[in-house]
Structure formats: C-alpha cells, structure tokens
Write a protein that binds this ligand. Structure first.
Ligand code: UDP
Length: 241
C-alpha cells in the first residue's frame, strides 16, 4: 500500500526493505523501474499528468529527501524514513557485488559515467560495470540495443527529472534489464564532479541547504519546496474539515 503525498503514492519502506524488494524485482527480470521524487518532482507531477503517470506506474516510489518525509508527517500519514536514490543504489550495489552483479551507467555529460565506473570498480570489486553511455543522445533505439546486449541487472538512468522518469516509462517494454532507477546527479557524485553534503548535513536533513550553497542557481527550483510544504498544510486543514 502506498502513502499519498499530494497526489503521489510513496512506498513506506526502510532502506533494507527497499533493497530486498529491488533484489526480488531483479530476479523477475522484467525491467522494473524505480523513481525517487523530491518535493520539486511532486510539484512537477501535479503540473503535468504525463510525469504523474510515469511516476505512479513505477515499481518503487521512494521519498528522496526530508521534504517529502515532512510533507507526509504534516498530512498525518508518516512515511517510515527518507530513502535518497543514492543511498538506495549504494546499498543495492553492495548486495549485487556479492553475487557478481552487472551494472550499466547511463546519463550525465560525456566522460562522467566512465569516471564513475572507475570509482565503483574500486569500491565494489565484485561488481561488473558492463557499459557506460552519456545522457545527451538523440535516438533511444541504438542505446537500448547496447544496453540489452550488456545484460545489466541494474541500469542507472541519470537524465535529470522529469526526463529520466519519462524515459524509463517509455522504454521499459523494449529494455531487457533487471531493474533501472532514475538517479539524477548520482553519476556526478560517484565521478567526483559534484560533492555530496557532509554526513552532519545529511543527518540534520539539511542536504538541500548544502547543495544550495554550492549551486546557488538552484534557488528557482528549490522555491518549489516551501510551495510544496504550504500545499501540504492546506491539504491537512482541508481533510480535517
Ligand atoms: N542530464 C543528462 N541529459 C540531459 C539532461 C541532464 O544526462 O538531457 C544529466 C546532467 O548532466 C546531470 C543529471 O542529468 O548529470 C541531472 O542532475 P540533477 O542533479 O540536476 O538531477 P535532478 O535534480 O534534475 O534529478
């Protein structure tokens, strides 16, 4: 059962439960897909029904950050915990490296996926990085062919939101992968081109603040967060009446 946060249904699971479910989906081998909406993406869903549809049809919908967790709390239907996409994928790769799992890295600027592959090979020696592809291609078909030939258990889809969500929904039936996940800037983090906030910021739920200091041009997009929180408060009062 999913918990509704402003029209988007989220799976309320711990990180361990999410990984168990992801491994089950991989074993089914039907190109299941995972989305990790933050408040900004929830607001995009409310503004565009195609994005809403792509998000709602995902096999796992994970709350990527503290904003959605607060929203659910305000609405009186709390989620178990935040499960950022990057935490999810690291935990999953930890498991896959035990069994020689195969990972394909798609997205970000040319060269980034290759740098991320270096990091991941060092960090998870048991893992096979079976292919890389930048995120600025025009035609899906040849890319899908390369991915299918590489036979990944896990496919990173790092095209930014909502491009990656729409891409996964559109191509799921043509792909032959275990599972794929829309992971935004994760390849940039593994490549070292973007730094994640220090642990303390993550613990305090202030990762967004760190990111804003580093990339101040994000302010426009981040203004969706207060809008989102106001909307949840309004919705809470509406439900009470
Ligand atoms: N990106 C891409 N293709 C595109 C647009 C964006 O590969 O057509 C990449 C971009 O290089 C960056 C990532 O998608 O690595 C978006 O990262 P961001 O942190 O902005 O993710 P978001 O917050 O939008 O999910």
């Amino acid at each position: 059962m999913r918990i509704d946060v402003m029209g988007v249904g989220f799976d309320s699971l711990t990180l361990n439960e999410v990984v168990t479910e992801a491994l089950r989906l991989i074993s089914e081998h039907r190109s299941a897909y995972v989305v990790t909406p933050n408040p900004e993406i929830v607001m995009m869903c409310r503004a565009d029904e195609n994005v809403m549809d792509a998000v709602q049809k995902a096999d796992l919908v994970l709350p990527d950050g503290i904003g959605v967790v607060y929203g659910a709390k305000i609405l009186g239907t709390p989620l178990k915990q935040k499960v950022p996409g990057i935490d999810f994928v690291q935990a999953l790769m930890g498991e896959l490296s035990q069994t020689g799992g195969r990972v394909f890295l798609m997205g970000s600027k040319p060269g980034v996926a290759e740098m991320a592959a270096e990091t991941l090979r060092n960090r998870y020696p048991g893992l096979t990085i079976c292919g890389t592809q930048d995120g600025y291609f025009k035609d899906d078909t040849p890319v899908i062919e390369v991915i299918n030939e590489a036979k990944p258990d896990l496919l990173f889809v790092c095209l930014g939101a909502p491009k990656q969500e729409l891409w996964m929904q559109r191509n799921a039936s043509k792909l032959k992968v275990g599972i794929m996940a829309g992971l935004g800037g994760s390849l940039d983090v593994f490549a070292g081109t973007v730094k994640r906030a220090p642990k303390l910021f993550q613990k305090l739920g202030l990762e967004w603040f760190y990111r804003l200091m580093k990339e101040p041009w994000r302010i426009g997009r981040m203004m969706q967060l207060p809008k989102f929180l106001f909307a949840t408060i309004r919705e809470r009062f509406r439900r009470k009446r």
